[in-house]
Design a protein around this ligand. Structure first.
Ligand SMILES: [Zn+2]
Length: 349
């Protein structure tokens, strides 16, 4: 079968190549790939900055934003042939640490977890893949190809859960949430926050185009100003840009008792206009919490499936701005300005 592979840490090594069929030890459920979303992590792996091959192997099959159709459910009772499924990305570390031991692999303490398509386990960019039944999430069949948005949605279900849990340390009745960045994660954050009945604001640099339109179609408010120029103080901020000045302004803009949840992974950027002790003083005097959130556990995957199932299909469909064939994977990895989510399509739904 064909798969998109990379030799980790070797730039220019990505290729569509012939590989052997998935091995039974990878899981008793055999799945035919429909589509795989691409994101910044895939770009970094292809650029040789990140990624680990399975032990003893040279190549890593890429891809962690999966959607497939069950060909053979194996002996497990929960799935049947034809079901649409998405594969969970992370697996608990083998020790396991206390968090992995209770299924909270997203909070792994020792870093020995593995991740499909990223760290030591093959990903989902192959014509067929296998998965353990307990790591396959069944997708609402009416979502069709939109099920490929489930993995990015898990980032948000975890972030919102974290905000809610931290908020309930005291009286917590949030009204306004600000989402910084109108990429796929930001737009899915706006969708999920709207479903919670919150007043949702989304901020990005574009003044026109599909991003402002998509925000308004949700019934949320779009802002193309800077965070510091906003004329309100949000109760919660879901930071999805990873951009230094946006993060700094978010920390200064958050309401008393408010929570800033950081989900974007950026690089560099010096807080030279924001002395650290001043930021800390503001957080102390206003009981603010700044929390980082990465990955997701099974509870978040289940919840993400519910959010997508409830969402307007026409709106979700506009998030997938480009579909590329596997042989054109390099084009899929190149980001155009009007791209939101690009997927590599292996077969029809
Ligand atoms: Zn662990």
């Amino acid at each position: 079968m064909k798969a998109i592979t990379v030799i980790p840490k070797k730039e220019g090594s990505a290729q569509l190549m012939e590989v052997s069929e998935p091995e039974i030890h990878e899981g008793s459920v055999l799945v035919e790939a429909i589509a795989v979303g691409v994101c910044g992590t895939d770009v970094e792996i292809v650029e040789g900055k990140y990624g680990w091959a399975p032990k003893g192997k040279e190549h890593l099959i890429l891809g962690h934003e999966s959607l497939g159709r069950v060909i053979d459910p194996g002996p497990s009772g929960g799935l049947k042939k034809g079901d649409l499924v998405v594969g969970i990305v992370r697996r608990p570390d083998p020790v396991p640490c206390p968090n992995c031991a209770v299924g909270e692999w997203d909070m792994c303490q020792n870093g020995l977890y593995t991740e499909r398509g990223i760290k030591e386990i093959h990903g989902y960019m192959s014509e067929r893949w296998r998965i353990e039944p307990e790591y396959a999430i069944k997708v609402d069949p009416t979502l069709g190809i939109l099920g490929v948005l489930l993995e990015p949605t898990t980032v948000i279900t975890k972030a919102l859960e974290q905000i809610g849990r931290i908020g309930r340390r005291s009286f917590w009745e949030p009204e306004t949430v600000l989402v910084t960045g109108a990429g796929p994660i930001g737009l899915l954050a706006a969708l999920a926050a709207k479903q919670l009945g919150l007043e949702v604001h989304v901020l990005d640099q574009y003044e026109t185009g599909s991003k402002p339109d998509l925000v308004r179609e949700l019934g949320a408010t779009y802002h193309s100003c800077t965070v510091s120029e906003l004329d309100f103080e949000p109760d919660a901020i879901v930071e999805c840009t990873g951009v230094g000045p946006v993060i700094a302004a978010s920390i200064q803009k958050i309401a008393p008792n408010g929570i800033v949840c950081l989900t974007g992974v950026g690089h560099g950027g010096v807080l030279n206009t924001t002395p650290v002790a001043d930021v800390a003083s503001a957080a102390v005097l206003r009981n603010n919490v700044i929390v980082g959130s990465v990955n997701a556990n099974k509870r978040h995957w289940f919840k993400a499936g519910e959010i997508l199932a409830k969402a307007d299909r026409k709106w979700l469909a506009k998030l997938i701005t480009r579909r590329e064939k596997p042989e054109n994977f390099m084009q899929a990895l190149q980001r155009n300005n009007d791209d939101i989510k690009v997927v590599i399509q292996f077969s029809e739904v």
